[in-house]
Design a protein around this ligand. Structure first.
Ligand SMILES: [Mn+2]
Length: 306
């Protein structure tokens, strides 16, 4: 029987690294892909539903990028097929990578999935200098290093997109990073102003808590947007080990830690919340009685002027 035209599908994470990884795959392999954007929390539903609806044998290859699907053991089994390639750098995924028996896997410690795809598909030879610069920027942002100019701003632009962010990102930066368009510049300056405004009015609370036999300084604030930036602000400027950002609009609490803190926030979130979890260095939970009781030990702090 004649071989049908085989298809390619990509599942990628909803953040800048997920978009960057797909960008590199598309621009190095030059194939035509369909794609689905997912998050770790809904990967089982989104990928599972897709596998049920589609004839997997029609696909030459299915790529799963920057998604730690080992959070869903059932899904791991479903996608463990010869025509599936999994590329990811999440530490919890590395630990369980040996459970795949058939899939092609590239799961290892790296600063970003974008960089892994770049290496695997020879981005050094196949991408233009401007496209390589974009890769560097995404990698710099995902590793939270901020050594490459404009990487922080690139992430602001990415999250400002409405609807299909991956599609918009690929449209805007198809030929790589040159400079921001005026609309991007407007978005960035609006965001920076908004962040400054939030920072100047934060209500800061703190507590010393013993975790793993060591006193840790936790700083907590309320905020409904710019969560990551607010968290790094309180961690850096109030010299704390762990930052809590409580979002009263969504009833969710985000946990972040300083670069020197070794507390596993995923396990801390599991302890503090009825519904909680995440990564070692970034986790979250849904507000509950248990958490409210815990926060009673927090005391208001004298506010610094920023
Ligand atoms: Mn990533």
């Amino acid at each position: 029987m004649a071989r049908k035209n085989k298809k390619y599908h990509v599942f990628t994470d909803c953040d800048l690294d997920g978009a960057g990884a797909y960008f590199v795959l598309k621009n190095t392999t030059k194939k035509s892909y369909t794609y689905t954007v997912a998050r770790v929390v809904d990967a089982d539903v989104k990928i599972g539903a897709w596998f049920e609806k589609n004839n997997i044998n029609d696909y030459e290859m299915i790529y799963i990028l920057d998604l730690d699907i080992s959070q869903h053991p059932e899904l791991m089994k479903i996608v463990d097929r010869k025509n599936v390639t999994i590329i990811d750098h999440h530490s919890s995924h590395i630990e369980r990578a040996d459970q795949y028996k058939h899939a092609r896997i590239n799961i290892q410690k790296e600063t970003s999935t974008t960089k892994m795809v770049y290496k695997q598909f020879d981005g050094a030879n196949l991408l233009s200098p401007r496209q390589k610069l974009l890769v560097l920027m995404v990698d710099d942002y995902d590793a939270y290093k901020f050594k490459i100019p404009n990487s922080y701003e690139l992430n602001i632009v990415f999250w400002s997109y409405q609807g299909d962010r991956v599609e918009k990102f690929l449209n805007d930066f198809e030929t790589g990073f040159h400079e921001f368009k005026q609309t991007h510049k407007n978005i960035i300056s609006f965001y920076v102003k908004k962040l400054k405004n939030i920072i100047s009015t934060l209500d800061v609370h703190t507590a010393q808590v013993s975790i793993h036999g060591k006193k840790r300084k936790i700083v907590a604030v309320f905020a409904t947007s710019c969560i990551n930036d607010i968290a790094s602000h309180i961690i850096n400027n109030y010299k704390s080990d762990i930052g809590f950002v409580v979002n009263l609009n969504t009833n969710k609490v985000s946990l972040r830690r300083s670069k020197t803190c070794d507390v596993n926030l995923a396990s801390l979130a599991e302890k503090l919340f009825d519904v909680g979890g995440g990564h070692e260095d970034a986790a979250g939970g849904v507000m509950c009685e248990k958490f409210l009781t815990f926060t009673k030990i927090f005391k208001p702090m004298s506010i610094k002027k920023f």
